[in-house]
Design a protein around this ligand. Sequence first.
Ligand SMILES: Nc1nc2c(c(=O)[nH]1)N[C@@H](CN(C=O)c1ccc(C(=O)N[C@@H](CCC(=O)O)C(=O)O)cc1)CN2
Length: 296
Amino acid sequence: MTARVIDGKAFAANVRAQVAAHVARLKEEQGLTPGLAVVLVGEDPASQVYVRNKGTQTVEAGMASFEHKLPADTSEADLLALVARLNADPKVHGILVQLPLPAHLNSELIINTIDPAKDVDGFHISNVGLLGTGQKSMVPCTPLGCLMMLRDHHGKLAGLNAVVVGRSNIVGKPMAQLLLGDSCTVTIAHSRTKDLAEVCRRADILVAAVGRPEMITGDMVKPGATVIDVGINRIERDGKARLVGDVHYESAAAVAGAITPVPGGVGPMTIACLLANTLTACCRANGLPEPEGLTA
Ligand SMILES: Nc1nc2c(c(=O)[nH]1)N[C@@H](CN(C=O)c1ccc(C(=O)N[C@@H](CCC(=O)O)C(=O)O)cc1)CN2
C-alpha cells in the first residue's frame, strides 16, 4: 500500500481563505476587524520566522496584526505589563506569546495572565480545563489543525482507535482530548510506554508528537492507518541540514492509508488555526455566531 499524502499546505491555504471570507463579511456587516497581537521575546531564529509568518498571514486574511518584539533580557514585570495592556485593548481579540520564552521568564505565569477569551493559543489553564471537561474553549492551534485534517479524511471519527504518542501540554494532551471529544477510543503513549510498537499498531489514527526524529517506523503502523506527524526536527544527514518529522516517512507511507509529510503537513495548519481562533475570539467577544467548520 502507498499512503495518500495529506497536503497540509493546501489544507491550510483553504482554511486561511475561509477565515479571510469571514473577516471580509465581519468588516462589511459589523464594521469589525479582528486583531491579533503576537509577542516575541529574544531572537530565537525559528521563532523569528514563525512570528514573521504569523504577521504576514494575519494581514493577508484582512485582520489587524500587532507585533511586539522585546529584547531577550526583558523583565517578567515588563512582559506582564504588556500582556495587561493587550488584555485591556479592545482592538486586540487574540494574544499569543511565542514559545519558548527565555529561561528567566516564567512561561506558565505569563500565559495564565492572558485574558482566557483572548488566549488564541488555548494554553491558559482555564481553556485547558474547559477543553478537558468538553466545554467551549479556545483550542490549541496544532491539535486543532490535526483534528480538521482527520475529520476531512475520515468524515466521522467515532469509534476509531486513536493513539497519541507524546504527552506535552501543547500537543499530546489537547490532541487526546479533542479525539475523545469526537468519540475515538484514545490511548496516550510516551517514552516509557511498554511495547510502544504493539500499542501503535492498534491505532486507526496514529499521532506522533514525541519530538524524536523518525522514531515511529513502518513496523509500528497498522496497515491502512492514518498517520499524523506533528514533529519538526532539524537534523544533519549526508552533511546537509534536513527537516524531518517524528515518523520515518518512507517506511510508514508504505504501510499507512494516509500520512502527513514534514514539511508541508501539520506545520502550516498551526498558523491557519491561529487565524481561525482569532476570528472565533472576535466573534465571541461581540456576541456573534462562530464561524462554522473553523472550531472544534
Ligand atoms: N505560542 C506558541 N508558540 C509555539 C507554537 C504555538 O502554537 N504557539 N508552536 C511552535 C511553532 N510554530 C508556531 O508558533 C510553528 C511551527 C511550525 C510551522 C510550520 O509551518 N512548519 C513548516 C516548516 C517550517 C520550517 O521550515 O521550519 C512545516 O512543517 O511545513 C508553523 C508554526 C512552537 N512555538
